[in-house]
Design a protein around this ligand. Sequence first.
Ligand SMILES: Cc1cc2nc3c(=O)[nH]c(=O)nc-3n(C[C@H](O)[C@H](O)[C@H](O)COP(=O)(O)O)c2cc1C
Length: 143
Amino acid sequence: MSQIIVTYWSGTGNTEAMANAIGKGIEAAGGEAKVVSMEDISPADLKTSGAFALGCPAMGAEELEDTIVEPFVNEVEKFAAGKRIALFGSYDWGDGEWMRTWASRMKDAGAAIVGDEGLICNNEPGDEDNAACENLGKLLISV
Ligand SMILES: Cc1cc2nc3c(=O)[nH]c(=O)nc-3n(C[C@H](O)[C@H](O)[C@H](O)COP(=O)(O)O)c2cc1C
């Protein structure tokens, strides 16, 4: 089993906590996870991976964070066709619109969204959210 990259941007730690729980799920299912901030990795590092996870909270007005994540995702879109991609992120007052937009964008680029839709969590992940994240990690490594 090759290493699965879980990369995220997180301003206050909520999406980072989700990333860590996804990594835990990958490892619990016998995989090897690399959980890394999007600031410490390049989109090119994902190019040869068949499956990976991307995380970003709702920012702007139901948007991706614009200085790191938006350009990163823009690059990923160019090679997303045929990849299995898990999307995740935390939000506060919205209804998840940013994630629906993001998932349909990646589907339009030809990716399969693991779990069929992005995993969202209101603010800090609680026990149920952590369990859902761990399950997403397990789904990521099952083909
Ligand atoms: C600049 C800014 C813009 C935000 N925009 C939204 C938004 O459009 N919709 C929403 O539901 N939450 C929005 N939020 C709330 C964050 O998504 C929420 O606090 C989330 O838990 C942050 O995750 P993080 O800890 O990974 O940074 C915004 C927060 C900030 C700081």
